[in-house]
Design a protein around this ligand. Structure first.
Ligand code: ADP
Ligand code: MG
Length: 498
C-alpha cells in the first residue's frame, strides 16, 4: 500500500471501500435492481467510490419503511427523548468532523478545510439548534366567537402535528449541510424521511445515515436512497404515499417537482436558484466591500445558490472595485480540495464544468470581457479560473442567468433611485448584499429588495437560527430558524362545545 500523502484521506479511507449501499429500514441494502453507479473525484476525474443505485422500487421500499416508522415508536416518542437523539446526531457529526469533511471534499471537490469549518460545523449546529425545538412545538388556546350561534360557548385549541412521510431531494454543492438543513426540522417535528442525495455527492449522506442509527434514531425514521434525479428523485416526488416533498436544486427541476406533487397534492417546499445582487455604494468602506464581493462569489467555487453574482458598483468606485476583486480572484489558490493550501477546488462535475465554461464563452460572444480569469485550467479534473466580467449589459445571459460557478459580472451605476429596480430585475429573489456607511439608506434598500436574505456590510452569513429561502422563482418556504418548522407541521383546530 502506498504511503499516505498530504492529499490522501486520513479519516475517510475506510468508508470509501466496497460498494456503498442504500440505507432502508435501518439496514444497508443493495438496490433491488442490483445496479450501481460511480461517484467521481472532481479533483482528478477518477472514480472515488461505487454506490448502489436506488430506483423506483427502492424508493417504494423506503417509503414503506418510513410509513411504518411514522406509525411506530417515532411519533409516540416523547419530545424530550426525540430532542436528545437529534442532539446526539449533532454530537456525532462534530466527533466525526474530519471524516465527513474529507468525504465532502473528495466527493464535491471543495477544500477540506472549508468543508470542516463551514459545512460540517454548520451541520452539527443545525441539529443542536433543531433538537431544542422538539420540546417547544405547541399550539394555542382560542375563545372563538361564532356570530350565527348567539350565546353558545366554546373552548378551542390548536394542535401542531407532523405531516407524515417526507421525501427530501438535495443538491451536491453542500452535500452534508443540505442533508442537515432538511433532516433536522423534519425530525424535530416528528416526521419520517426518505432522503435522496445528489448523484454527484452521495457519500456524506450515507455516512450521516450510519451516524443517525448510532445516535439512537429508530430504524426507518431516516432512509437514505442515492440514485439519479430522473429515476429515484422523480419516483419520490410523485409517490402517492409521500405526504410532503422538500427540494433544493435548480429552478428548472423545482418546477418538475411541483408538478409531480400534484398527483396526491403533497406539500411542497423548494429552495431554488438565484442571481443575487451585491451593491456597493459611494459611501461604502471600499476595502471591506471588495473583500465581501470576492467572498460573496468565490466561496465554494461559486457553487452557492445565494452567491452574489451581480455586482453593482457606484460609478466613482467602479475601477477600484473591479481591480480589487480581480486581484482577489488572481490571488486565490485553486487546487485539489484535500491539499492543505487550496482555497478553491474544482467544479463538481464535467456537466457543471461544461455549463460554466459555456457561460464564459457566451459572455465573450455577448461582448463582455473577463478582466480576471475567463478560462478553464488545463489539468485533469474540472477546474476553472475565478473570473471577473465587465462590459456586460443588463440583458446579457451572464447577468440574467445562474452560472453557478466562480464568475461575477460587475456593472457600474449612477442613478441611486433606479437601483432597487435593477436589483429586482430578475426572476430570482434569493439574496442580496448592500455596502454603505449610511444605515438609513441600507435599511431602506433592504426593505425594497425582493429577496429572502439581505446582507448589509457582510455576505454569506448562514445560521441555523436565520430563515433562508427565496422570493419569486427562488422558491417556496424557508429553511432554518423557527420558520422552517411550518414546512413540516399541520395545524389542527379542536373545538369543544361547552
Ligand atoms: P443540477 O442540475 O445543478 O445538478 P438539479 O436541480 O438537477 O441540479 O439537482 C438537484 C437534485 O435534484 C439532485 O438530487 C438530482 O438528482 C435531483 N433531480 C434532478 N432531476 C430530477 C427530477 N426530474 N425529479 C426529481 N429529482 C430530480
Ligand atoms: Mg440537473
Amino acid at each position: 500500500m502506498a504511503t499516505p500523502t498530504a492529499t490522501s484521506p486520513q479519516h475517510a479511507g475506510a468508508f470509501l471501500q466496497g460498494t456503498k449501499r442504500l440505507l432502508i429500514d435501518g439496514e444497508l441494502v443493495d438496490a433491488a435492481s442490483g445496479a450501481t453507479f460511480e461517484t467521481i473525484d472532481p479533483g482528478t476525474g477518477e472514480v472515488l467510490a461505487t454506490v448502489a443505485e436506488g430506483g423506483a422500487e427502492d424508493i417504494d421500499r423506503a417509503v414503506k419503511a418510513a410509513r411504518r416508522a411514522f406509525e411506530g415508536e417515532w411519533s409516540t416518542l416523547n419530545p424530550s427523548e426525540r430532542g436528545r437523539i437529534i442532539h446526539r446526531i449533532g454530537d456525532l457529526i462534530a466527533e466525526n468532523a474530519e471524516e465527513l469533511a474529507e468525504l465532502d471534499s473528495l466527493d464535491n471537490g471543495k477544500p477540506k478545510a472549508v468543508a470542516q469549518a463551514a459545512d460540517v460545523a454548520l451541520a452539527a449546529d443545525l441539529f443542536w439548534y433543531m433538537a431544542g425545538w422538539a420540546t417547544k412545538i405547541k399550539g394555542g388556546t382560542v375563545t372563538p366567537s361564532v356570530p350565527y350561534l348567539p350565546g353558545a360557548e366554546f373552548h378551542a385549541y390548536t394542535l401542531r402535528e407532523p405531516i407524515g412521510v417526507v421525501g427530501q431531494i438535495i443538491p451536491w454543492n453542500f452535500p452534508l449541510l443540505m442533508a442537515a438543513w432538511k433532516l433536522g426540522p423534519a425530525l424535530t417535528t416528528g416526521n419520517t424521511v426518505v432522503l435522496k442525495p445528489a448523484e454527484q455527492t452521495p457519500l456524506s449522506a450515507l455516512r450521516l445515515g450510519e451516524l443517525m442509527l448510532e445516535a439512537g434514531l429508530p430504524k426507518g425514521v431516516v432512509n437514505v436512497v442515492p440514485g439519479f434525479g430522473e429515476t429515484a428523485g422523480a419516483a419520490l416526488a410523485e409517490h402517492p404515499d409521500v405526504n410532503k416533498i422538500a427540494f433544493t436544486g435548480s429552478t428548472e427541476v423545482g418546477k418538475l417537482i411541483a408538478r409531480a406533487a400534484t398527483g396526491n397534492l403533497k406539500r411542497v417546499s423548494l429552495e431554488l436558484g438565484g442571481k443575487s445582487p451585491n451593491i456597493i455604494f459611494d459611501d461604502a468602506d471600499v476595502d471591506a466591500a471588495i473583500a465581501g464581493a470576492a467572498q460573496g462569489i468565490f466561496f465554494n467555487q461559486g457553487e452557492v445558490c445565494s452567491a452574489g453574482s451581480r455586482l453593482y458598483v457606484a460609478e466613482e468606485h467602479f475601477d477600484q472595485v473591479v481591480e480589487g476583486v480581480s486581484a482577489a480572484a488572481k490571488g486565490i489558490k485553486v487546487g485539489y480540495g484535500m491539499d492543505a493550501d487550496t482555497e478553491m477546488g474544482p467544479l463538481v462535475s464535467q456537466e457543471q464544468f461544461d455549463r460554466v465554461t459555456g457561460y464564459l464563452k457566451k459572455g465573450q460572444e455577448e461582448g463582455s470581457s473577463a478582466v480576471a480569469g475567463g478560462n478553464n485550467i488545463d489539468r485533469p479534473g474540472y477546474y476553472v479560473e475565478p473570473t471577473v466580467i465587465t462590459g456586460a449589459d443588463a440583458n446579457h445571459a451572464i447577468v440574467r442567468e445562474e452560472v453557478f460557478g466562480p464568475v461575477i459580472a460587475a456593472l457600474p451605476f449612477s442613478d441611486v433611485e433606479d437601483l432597487a429596480r435593477q436589483a429586482n430585475d430578475s426572476h430570482y429573489g434569493l439574496a442580496a448584499g448592500v455596502w454603505t456607511r449610511d444605515i438609513s439608506k441600507a435599511h431602506k434598500l433592504a426593505k425594497r429588495i425582493q429577496a429572502g436574505t439581505v446582507h448589509i456590510n457582510t455576505y454569506h452569513v448562514f445560521s441555523a437560527e436565520l430563515p433562508f429561502g427565496g422570493y419569486k422563482q427562488s422558491g417556496w418556504g424557508r429553511e432554518m430558524g423557527e420558520e422552517v418548522l411550518n414546512n413540516y407541521l399541520e395545524t389542527k383546530s379542536v373545538i369543544v362545545g361547552l
